[in-house]
Design a protein around this ligand. Structure first.
Ligand code: CAA
Length: 399
């Protein structure tokens, strides 16, 4: 029996900052971002958008496509994030309510920097292996924020990806072997009292590459596929150039021929959406998968994809999946393209204005400015509670 991803969609904020508008503020050429980092734009959350609204927006089309009995088969919701909105309550419980899922479900939040979505996927596969009648909704949702003016600022972004994990999946069957690597390193973290990440940029690049080495060596030792039997590679993308660097590293490590055209073809389609969205932490690698499936001109049915998931701190996992024949009939390519094309470009001044508000801590009644065009919004923070509501867009969600 095959287990894997049966349905897949992403969501992002309704606004973006073009990095050409950030470069002069940092006193650098735009090419540093567009060429050096491989990023053109970054999605910017409005005050009424957060990991809950993004997660619910990503999952809505998947849930809407299910018949009632199929919805009831979702007995587990796993929400992976490193920009959670509560120290105790899972963001997934809010999402579960917004989606109207059955109360007969378990919901939990997972955390290990950008890696935890992969942990959620592996746990989901184990649950479905135990009972193939059940479906697990895995959602990765994050808002990447660094200090204004810091080197990390151009690598911000936000997004969520929702995956329905089932037996006999229509999109990608995940293979059983994983290569794992964990090492205690302080390359990127966010203490509870901070809203932005702390990062040692240079160390983070080395830690990523070291984790890739460790995960690949473990993957091969565990009997994983040879490099030459993998057709395309999807990497965690803090910025898309990182995936290019990682693929060059893995190609060298595996002793494969370093043919630039071949190497480019193995990753190019995975980079397209992230170039426009920016870092979405847990969601980033899976948005890379959506990008590959949505953009590949040849039919990928039967192709083996290699995945490298990395979360600072640091955990890496390398695994493979096989694209299922007929997958193209189940993609949401037009809706994804529309989502990106319909975003509003904001000026640098407007970007600073909408990212400035900090969550009130006084327990009073605080309405949140109505800005999102997504299907759900954070309406108020009242008595220390975050109050979410559907918008009119929920009625016409992406098909
Ligand atoms: N034209 C073309 N390229 C240019 C250029 C120009 N005018 N000016 C500079 N560049 C190139 C540089 O040569 C460099 O490329 P190479 O690395 O290939 O040499 C690239 O642009 C970036 O330049 P710098 O290294 O000088 O950039 P920086 O020091 O200002 O910041 C960074 C880079 C450290 C990645 C910073 O953006 C950062 O801290 N980002 C956040 C941390 C991060 O994303 N780390 C990645 C690994 S950790 C992870 O993956 C987890 C996660 O999601 C955070």
């Amino acid at each position: 029996m095959q287990l894997g991803i049966d349905d897949l969609a992403f969501a992002t904020a309704g606004r973006y900052l073009d990095l050409a508008d950030l470069a002069p503020v940092h006193g650098v050429e735009p090419a540093k971002y567009t060429v050096g980092l491989g990023q053109d734009r970054m999605s910017v959350c409005a005050p009424d958008e957060d990991v809950v609204t993004l997660a619910a927006a990503a999952a809505l089309p998947l849930v809407e496509a299910l018949a009632d009995d199929e919805r009831a088969a979702i007995r587990t919701v796993l929400l992976a994030t490193e920009s959670g909105i509560d120290q105790s309550k899972s963001a997934g419980v809010y999402v579960h309510a917004l989606l109207g899922l059955s109360p007969a479900a378990r919901v939990v939040e997972l955390k290990q920097a950008c890696y935890s979505g992969t942990s959620a996927l592996q746990m989901a596969l184990a649950l479905v292996a135990r009972n193939p009648e059940q479906k697990v909704l895995v959602i990765c949702s994050d808002v990447a924020r660094y200090d204004i003016g810091s080197a990390g600022e151009p690598t911000q972004g936000c997004g969520a990806v929702a995956m329905l994990v089932t037996a006999n999946p229509r999109l990608v069957a995940i293979e059983p072997v994983s290569g794992l690597h964990t090492s205690d390193v302080m390359d990127f973290w966010r203490p509870n009292y901070r809203t932005t990440a702390v990062v040692d940029g240079r160390l983070s690049l080395r830690a990523y590459t070291d984790a890739l080495t460790g995960a690949w060596e473990d993957f091969r030792a565990q009997g994983g596929a040879e490099f030459g039997d993998i057709d395309a590679f999807v990497y965690h993308q803090p910025f898309t150039k990182m995936a290019v660097k990682a693929h060059a590293h893995l190609t060298r490590l595996a002793g494969a021929p370093r043919d630039a055209a071949v190497m480019d073809a193995q990753i190019a389609d995975t980079l397209r959406y992230n170039r426009e969205i920016g870092n979405s932490y847990t969601a980033s690698m899976y948005i890379g998968l959506v990008s590959l499936l949505d953009h590949a001109t040849e039919d990928l049915g039967g192709s083996r994809i290699g995945f490298f998931s990395y979360g600072s701190g640091a955990v890496g996992e390398l695994f493979t999946g096989v694209v299922q024949p007929g997958y193209r009939a189940h993609l949401r390519t037009a809706a994804h393209r529309r989502l990106l094309d319909e975003r509003d470009r904001v000026s640098h001044a407007e970007y600073l204005r909408i990212v400035a508000p900090v969550n009130p801590v006084d327990g009073g009644e605080h309405d949140v400015e109505r800005l999102t065009r997504g299907p759900f919004r954070l309406a108020a923070i009242t008595g220390h509670q975050r109050l979410y509501e559907p918008t009119t867009a929920a009625a016409t969600a992406v098909a």
